[in-house]
Design a protein around this ligand. Sequence first.
Ligand code: F6R
Length: 240
Amino acid sequence: MFTLIKVKDYEAMSDEAFKVMKGVVADPKCVLGLATGSSPIGLYQRMIADHKENGTSYAEVTTFNLDEYVGLPKSHPESYYSFMHRNLFEGLDIREENIHIPEDGEDHDAKCREYDEAMQEYRVDLQVLGIGSNGHIGFNEPGTPFDSKTHIVTLKESTRKDNARFFEDDINKVPTHAITMGIDTIMHAKKVIIVASGANKADAIYAMMKGPVTEECPASILQKHPDVVVVVDEAAAAKL
Ligand code: F6R
């Protein structure tokens, strides 16, 4: 079930998302599912400000990130490991051992299994999601089975094009593969919040909320989740 919160712009979207987050982190031992990308950065800034100003502690919080590029070292500025530390973790008192980010290795299947096993010990209280312009969630591209667990994906050309802005606008520098939490895993979260801003998200938001539930739009499976808060700005909501 969707709760739609429509606001003016990115800043207002981040404010609304933070209100939801604040309710969840009131439990000091909560488990968060986290996303990278431009959409949640404002939310993360508000979490850091709240930690610094109000002392909200993350010392007992556990996090699981959605995805990571394959083939980029952790130290690369565009690895999701670097992104998360730069944009969130370094500003909080979270413990490094409570942070989980999927990681590929020589044995791909074993690495994916390891991530699912680590997650099975927990239940995500709030999963933060962005949405791709093609309706992807995590790096689950159109066509990904709804029952997928953590797996390695080949990124679609459209996704690599969208992300080229982080790689000197050169699509050839964008990795071709990623490791991502599967759709089934995402659906296990107790609550989901999806943040989207900008006109290039309008079709995907429409397809997610009003279109058929189809693997061609991975986010459409969220129609079957009991508790999804959708926070969108006017441009992203334009087709609703
Ligand atoms: C990132 C992720 C992706 C992004 C999506 C939107 O961890 O899983 O699904 O949420 O590509 O990206 P932005 O927010 O940069 O538009």
